[in-house]
Design a protein around this ligand. Structure first.
Ligand code: SAM
Length: 292
């Protein structure tokens, strides 16, 4: 009976035996705190009915915990040299399949269709490679794969931006875009000491729960994201200034912008970080109606 893959001694033994050193360029930091692994599985509310996508199984430490608590796991690992390791460490689990693919290149809806037969629930659980945290999250939310929830570890600074509320220094376009689709919460924080090798920053687990029945809907999600990014382009400038950057400065445009802001009782001098998600939705839709 082996100790858990993620226990510090076993992780070190696996790395030694396969002559592996963690690849910094791929964001490889292996989690070796079993208590943290249990808490991740708890935060994801995993059950034996769940079909789980994992991103970056590494040597399989988190995968093992997911496999024990779910129906099946599909784990995407970009690093080919980890495949023989995973084949061995995960051999006791017949509900795990490793796919050697870059998650950003994967056609998730098609793969889910094929591997999960469109069975639900489908959840995402991962200790993300930090160099591509934001692209991965935006990609997961953009696809029409529609996950029931997403539970992911990332660096604490990014987690704080995802969760931030209007008027705080962390609140930005990413907060607005993500919170429009999801209830976003930091479940708990994790010290850098929980990893081999230790990263330079502390981490946090974020849970994203799809918002049901969004009342105030945007006409188009991609256009919404583009508009919100434009409004935050110059954070320290006023909304009015940023909107000129988005739409241009001719007199007719300015008059239109002014009337829309008046309609929603938004002062032109306000800073972009003061607006709520709903206010961004309202503005996106009204400017669209005005063919802007
Ligand atoms: N899950 C393991 C753990 O918790 O100990 C390892 C997590 S480590 C932070 C991130 C993992 O993601 C590494 O195994 C790395 O090789 C993998 N990875 C990096 N970029 C990837 C990509 N584009 N697609 C899939 N996996 C990737």
């Amino acid at each position: 009976n082996n100790p858990d893959i993620a226990s510090p001694a076993r992780t070190q033994a696996i790395l030694n035996r396969f002559h592996l050193s963690a690849k910094k360029s791929l964001g490889q930091n292996f989690l070796t705190d079993l208590n943290v692994l249990s808490k991740i599985v708890d935060a994801a509310h995993l059950t034996k009915d769940d079909n789980v996508i994992e991103i970056g199984p590494g040597i399989g430490g988190l995968t093992e915990y997911i496999a024990r608590s779910s129906k099946q796991v599909l784990a995407f690992e970009i690093d080919q040299s980890l495949l023989p390791v995973l084949a061995e460490t995960l051999s006791p689990y017949d509900n795990v399949e490793v796919i050697n693919q870059d998650i950003l290149q994967a056609n998730l809806p098609a793969i889910i269709d094929e591997k999960f037969n469109n069975e639900r629930p489908i959840k995402v659980v991962a200790n993300l490679p930090y160099y591509i945290t934001t692209p991965i999250i935006l990609d997961l939310l953009k696809g029409n794969a529609e996950f029931d929830n997403i539970t992911v570890m990332m660096q604490k600074e990014v987690a704080q931006r995802l969760e931030a509320k209007p008027g705080t220094k962390d609140y930005g376009s990413l907060s607005v875009i993500i919170q429009y689709l999801n209830d976003t919460k930091i479940a708990f924080e994790v010290s850098r000491k929980a990893f081999i090798p230790a990263p330079k920053v502390d981490s946090a687990i974020v849970t994203l729960e799809k918002r049901e029945n969004i009342e105030n809907e945007v006409y188009d999600e991609a256009a919404f994201a583009g508009f919100v990014r434009g409004c935050f382009n110059h954070r320290r400038k006023t909304l009015w200034n940023n909107l000129q950057g988005v739409f241009g400065k001719d007199e007719e445009t300015k008059a239109n912008v002014q009337s829309v802001l008046e309609e929603f009782n938004i002062a032109p001098s306000i800073r972009p970080e003061k607006l709520t998600v709903d206010q961004y939705v309202d503005l996106t839709n009204r400017f669209h109606e005005k063919n802007m």
